[in-house]
Design a protein around this ligand. Structure first.
Ligand code: MEV
Length: 317
C-alpha cells in the first residue's frame, strides 16, 4: 500500500500591481508582478488526532482578517473530500510575510500555498488550472468577486499583463533591477477610490478619460520596457503613472511623501501600487545598494515595513 508523506511543503508569494491600476477598471491593460520578497510557506505534518492550523503571519492575518481561518478550513475540507482523504491527523502551519489588506495578494497566496501543500502531502499532482480553481473558490468566499488576477500572480514566476474580463498573458521578464515595496501602515481603500474615480468620470468624463487612456499607454510602454531590459525607461513610466493617479485623486499625503522620498534618493521611478489612499507604494532601483538606501529612507519617512525584490536573473550589484 502506498504510504503518505510525513511532511509536505507548499509555497507561493505576494503580488504587486506594477502599473495600470484604476485604468484597468475602464478596459485599459495593467501589469502585475510576482513579489518574491514576501513569500508564503505552508508545511503539513502528520499528527495523531484532529487537525490543527497554526500560523505565523506578518501582523497576524488570522487575527486581523475576520473569517480567514474559517475560509481556510473550508478549503481544506473540500480538497480532502475531492481527494477522498480524511481531514483529521494534519498539522498545518502557515507562515507568510505578506501584509494583509494591502492589495498584495495575501489571501490568494496563502490559499495557493495551502492547496499545493495538501496535494503534495496526499502525493497527487495538480494541474495549474485545478490550482487556480481552488484558489478562486476560496477567493470568492473571501472577497466576493475576484478578478482571478491574485490567484495567477501569486502562483506565477512571471509578470502578468491583463485586461478586464479575464484576459491574462505572461510577459517574459528581461528587465534587471530591484523593486522596493513599502507599507504605509494604512489600510488601502480600493472600493472607495474606485467609486470616487467613477464619480469623477460622470462629472468630468473627458478629462478623466484622457488620464485613464494615458495610464493605458504608459502600461503598454512598460510592457515593452520589461521585455527589452529598459530599466530606466520603466522607472520613468512608473513615476509618470503616479502623476496620473494623483490627478484622479487616488493617492494621499503619505503615499506622495514616500514617492518623493524614493525619487530624492535616486530611485529610477516610484508610484503607489493597488487601490491607493493607503496600502503600499513601490520604487525601482538599479542596484542592491541603492535599493537598500531607498528602503532605509522610506522607513525614516513614514513607511512601517519595506521589502526588496530582485527582478530578472542578471540584476547586478
Ligand atoms: C486594486 O488592487 C486595483 C484597482 O485597479 C481595482 C481593480 O482593478 O479592481 C484599483
Amino acid at each position: 500500500m502506498k504510504t503518505l508523506s510525513d511532511q509536505a511543503v507548499g509555497t507561493a508569494h505576494g503580488k504587486i500591481i506594477l502599473i495600470g491600476e484604476h485604468a484597468v477598471v475602464y478596459n485599459e491593460p495593467a501589469i502585475a508582478m510576482p513579489f518574491m520578497a514576501t513569500p508564503v510557506e505552508v508545511i503539513i505534518e502528520k499528527i495523531n488526532g484532529g487537525s490543527v492550523i497554526s500560523s505565523s503571519y506578518y501582523q497576524g492575518l488570522l487575527q486581523t482578517v475576520p473569517d480567514s481561518l474559517k475560509n481556510l478550513k473550508s478549503l481544506i475540507q473540500s480538497i480532502c473530500s475531492d481527494l477522498n482523504q480524511p481531514v483529521d491527523g494534519l498539522s498545518i502551519s502557515i507562515s507568510s510575510l505578506i501584509p494583509p489588506e494591502r492589495g498584495m495578494g495575501s489571501s490568494a497566496a496563502v490559499a495557493t500555498a495551502l492547496v499545493r501543500a495538501l496535494f503534495a502531502y496526499f502525493e497527487r499532482d495538480i494541474a495549474h488550472d485545478t490550482l487556480l480553481n481552488y484558489v478562486e473558490i476560496s477567493e470568492k468566499i473571501a472577497h466576493g468577486n475576484p478578478s482571478g488576477l491574485d490567484a495567477r500572480v501569486t502562483s506565477s514566476a512571471s509578470p502578468i499583463y491583463y485586461k478586464k474580463n479575464s484576459h491574462f498573458s505572461s510577459i517574459p521578464l528581461h528587465v534587471s533591477g530591484y523593486l522596493i515595496a513599502a507599507d504605509t501602515g494604512m489600510k488601502g481603500q480600493t472600493k472607495k477610490a474606485v467609486r470616487d474615480v467613477a464619480k469623477q468620470m460622470e462629472r468630468a468624463s473627458h478629462q478623466t478619460l484622457t488620464i485613464i487612456k494615458k495610464i493605458g499607454h504608459l502600461t503598454e510602454e512598460a510592457r515593452i520596457a520589461i521585455q527589452g531590459d529598459h530599466v530606466e525607461r520603466l522607472g520613468e513610466l512608473l513615476t509618470l503613472s503616479h502623476e496620473c493617479l494623483k490627478q484622479i485623486n487616488v493617492s494621499n499625503e503619505r503615499l506622495d511623501r514616500l514617492v518623493d522620498t524614493a525619487l530624492k534618493n535616486h530611485a529610477l521611478g516610484a508610484k503607489l501600487t493597488g487601490g491607493g489612499r493607503g496600502g503600499c507604494m513601490i520604487a525601482l532601483a538599479r542596484s542592491t545598494k541603492q535599493a537598500k538606501l531607498i528602503a532605509h529612507k522610506l522607513m525614516e519617512n513614514g513607511a512601517v515595513e519595506t521589502w526588496i525584490h530582485a527582478l530578472g536573473e542578471n540584476s547586478n550589484e
